[in-house]
Design a protein around this ligand. Structure first.
Ligand SMILES: Cc1cc2nc3c(=O)[nH]c(=O)nc-3n(C[C@H](O)[C@H](O)[C@H](O)COP(=O)(O)OP(=O)(O)OC[C@H]3O[C@@H](n4cnc5c(N)ncnc54)[C@H](O)[C@@H]3O)c2cc1C
Ligand code: HEM
Length: 410
């Protein structure tokens, strides 16, 4: 027996037969992917309505989750057949992170696979030959296996039982940060120690709404100042019908109440290295900034930092005071703000939308951004325009990620 293990393939691979079928049908599946994914949710949630407690109802209503699932499966298939496709790892880690905050288990992949592959057959109809069905079954199970393995590692590292992923937390303080934004300070109510979130990570909070439904939402950990308490900061959604969970947390959750909260997850955070950082945020995206600044103050107070934030007005700019106070511990920090409505007595802020042309930053800067998708696009374009390479631009999306370079070509 040889002592040298055979080299492992860098990526899981399709069988040759499946590969040629996937090459021939990727286009038609991509074209119908949103219909397939919409049919999938209809059929799975129809058969198993109890799963609604895991799915964000607004993301179902708007179709965003359906589009995210469709885009991820198509992108996964493309990178199996195209060695030049962008790395899929960030997408895989993003999905696995979200899954582990929801307690997704390996057994559920069988159910999802049955409904997803059933939806492919339904939508493609008679065109779904046995060879096509078998090839896409292979794609699904390669993807599922990678997710299950990544999730198993994340659950094990965090000591989380996937069948019991939530812990009770008591609300011990509420701070109204701005008219529509409240911070909730949470303390574990089960006596166990607080997990240690990394700066930039989020948790999933489950709430029981007045209409009897249970709903999960993700909230960034908005301060790491305490190692016994967790803080989240919730901005009430203003565009369209009032947001269900943000309104509930704003109006109906009081000090003393218990919330069920997952462990922390997510890859957004301070990149390794010593190069300068630009953190560009808009609106609710501000919730990611304080822990990043706290982290830098503790670990790299000499790392150059530029903060840029855009909001409706100075009074809407949540956590402004805490961020400014914490940033005083940094040696080299500048802050810029843009407000749609500028106070007459505010000589330092800019009026209107963020314009990064007004800011000094060099091509060796790592740009982190958080805010609505059009804002993230504008920041990315501005950074690329200044010579920052794509691998030094990172972002957090406060919804299903419909924008990863690995899943979006335009
Ligand atoms: C990783 C991550 C981190 C996050 N961090 C934070 C954070 O730190 N702070 C924060 O405030 N938020 C954060 N979010 C966003 C948060 O999870 C919620 O999405 C947000 O609070 C809105 O939830 P909601 O229940 O109030 O609104 P929802 O009820 O989910 O509504 C969301 C939007 O969908 C619209 N909508 C709902 N139904 C329909 C329909 N039928 N047709 C058209 N539009 C519809 C609503 O009007 C609203 O604009 C984060 C999200 C992610 C993924
Ligand atoms: C190969 C199989 C799977 C794929 C490709 C997949 C893909 C995705 C994607 C792309 C997202 C959005 C991630 C983001 O926020 O950016 C997501 C979220 C989610 N997934 Fe999966 N998933 C799979 C399996 C499962 C399984 C087995 C379950 C269990 C029921 C599940 C339940 C969920 C839930 C509840 C969410 C959050 C939805 C929301 O907040 O709207 N997924 N998944």
């Amino acid at each position: 027996m040889s002592l040298t293990a055979p080299p492992r393939p860098a990526h899981p691979a399709l069988s040759p037969a499946a590969e040629s079928v996937v090459r021939a049908t990727a286009g038609v599946v991509a074209e119908h992917s949103e219909q397939i994914s919409a049919r999938f949710y209809e059929s799975m949630l129809g058969e198993r309505p109890e799963l609604w407690r895991l799915f964000n109802r607004a993301n179902q209503e708007t179709g965003e989750q359906s589009r995210a699932l469709a885009a991820s499966v198509v992108a996964y298939a493309v990178q199996l057949i195209d060695p030049d496709a962008p790395s899929f790892d960030p997408v895989l880690r993003r999905i696995a992170g979200k899954h582990i905050t929801l307690g997704i288990t390996p057994e559920q992949y069988t159910l999802v696979g049955r409904h997803l592959l059933g939806a492919v057959a339904d939508i493609l109809g008679a065109a779904t030959t046995p060879a096509i069905a078998a090839a896409w079954d292979e794609v699904y199970w390669l993807f599922a296996t990678q997710l299950i393995a990544t999730e198993a590692r994340l659950y094990a590292a965090a000591g989380i039982d996937p069948h019991n992923p939530l812990r009770p937390y008591r609300v011990v303080r509420r701070t109204q940060e701005s008219p529509g934004t409240v911070s909730l300070v949470l303390e574990p109510a089960d006596g166990a120690p607080l997990p240690a979130p990394a700066a930039g990570q989020y948790v999933t909070v489950f709430v029981d709404l007045a209409d009897g439904t249970r709903q999960p939402r993700q909230y960034s950990v908005s301060s790491l100042a305490s190692d016994t308490r967790l803080q989240i900061t919730v901005a009430q959604v203003r565009n369209g019908p009032p947001g269900q969970v943000s309104t509930h947390l704003q109006d109906s959750v009081a000090v003393g109440d218990i919330l069920e909260v997952s462990g922390p997850a997510g890859d957004f955070g301070v990149p390794a290295g010593v190069g300068p950082l630009l953190i560009a945020t808009a609106g609710a995206g501000i919730t990611t900034v304080l822990p990043l600044v706290e982290h830098l103050a503790r670990t790299q107070p000499d790392r150059p930092l530029t903060l840029a934030h855009a909001d409706r007005s100075r009074s809407d700019h949540a956590l402004r005071g805490e961020i400014a106070t914490t940033a005083k511990a940094l040696d080299d920090v500048v802050s810029h703000s843009w407000y749609e409505i500028l106070d007459a007595d505010d000589p330092t802020s800019n009026v209107g939308l963020m314009d990064l042309e007004l800011i000094d930053f060099t091509a060796d800067t790592h740009v982190l951004s958080c805010g609505p998708l059009p804002f993230l696009r504008a920041v990315r374009l501005a950074a690329l325009g200044r010579g920052v390479p794509p691998e030094r631009i990172s972002y957090e999306v406060f919804g299903p990620d419909l924008w990863s370079p690995a899943t979006v070509t335009a």
